[in-house]
Design a protein around this ligand. Sequence first.
Ligand SMILES: [Zn+2]
Length: 455
Amino acid sequence: MTTQVDLILAGSTVLTVDAASTVIQNGAVAIRDGVVQDVGTARQIFARYRATDVIDSPGCTIMPGWVNTHTHLAMNVFRGLAGDVTLEEFLDRLVKAELQVLNEHMVTVGARAAMAECIAGGTTTALDMYWFPQAARRVARENGFRLLNGPTFMGDADPEGRDFEGMIERAEVILLENRREAANEDLWVMPHSAYTLSKDQLERIRSLAARFGARINTHVSESSGELALVDQLHNDRPLAVLADAGLVGPRTVLAHAVHLTDAEIADIAHAGSTVAHCAVSNLKLGCGIARVPELLREGAAVALGTDGAASAGTLDMFLAVRMAALLHKGVSEDPTLISAERAVRLGTVDGARGLGLLSVGTIEPGMAADVQVVRTSTLGAAPTADPWSAIVYGSGASDVQHTVVNGRVAMRDRVLQSIDEGKTLEELVTVAASALAAVGEQRRPRPPIRRQSSR
Ligand SMILES: [Zn+2]
């Protein structure tokens, strides 16, 4: 007798990312009601189950979807607004543009395009800090993307024109709505940072979060410029300011955490907060390199993020994972740091744990069926003697063939199933062009490259 399931995914290799990092050759995954029912060899799974739908993917690796623990999804409408500049200049241009032109429609369009980019690149979950959070939630619901977000606070800045009191009131309405809609899900409150919020505002936000039992997502110690700014504003370091306001605990995700002292690394480990390491954004903005090996050595929770597409250029988690594996080896001259297997764990299960998602991030019975199927029988990745290396060093977002979120096929044979990719791309480009025109940002032609005469 075989048991009926909804979907069976079969492939050459399954990376379960369970506690033992079990790898199954010629493996398959049975999925029912959005949950992994069983995982084993294809022979075992087909002997035990019959499925309404079977996706057989020879030459592919089946693994958990990526968990992006820090991003600003709809910021993709400002992609290219400020490239090759410092964090401070980037923020100056970005926030001016957001306050001037951002609206709910732009966030809807941007979030849809961003979720399409995520799904197409194997990302199934994202923690998203951005304006008009309810618009992004609607898009996520329509397309079955696992989105976590909440009200964002950035000092007196609000594209909807409210003062801080108004923002707190609006946040309460949002949190009540979110609690009603997703009773089993944790709520989130997102104070931007110590450099954009006063002590009083940070404390108001902490008390709001406490009233709702919400988790916290914030930025900390991203650049030297931030450290100087926070010193000026608060006469202290960013982590201390946030900790004094009661915002650093086991339910906090700290984005970046690049410039940390030894004592701060110990403090983060002790507090049980998760650091969202965003290497690509840190490199592109010239912010420095987070002390990830030291954080891991100290026992701190580390996960990976892309940051927004306007600062990082892309929401590609393959790049985030590869960078996490490469960067620290090079900087420390130690190739044993952050193995490929560890990097995959950081991008999947460790991210899910950091977000409080206990049933996401591995392929085991009872876990949410958030799965990506990646073609690894490619010129860039084959032979796959080390299946972890094949993913981390040899594969990229465009190698993802199928993406499943909560048991629902979101992309099949690289075709998005609920998002019209062409239309979404067109809308994104249109909205972004009108935004750039409205903020008067004319793309300056680059000076011609002067070739050096070869003597
Ligand atoms: Zn950020």
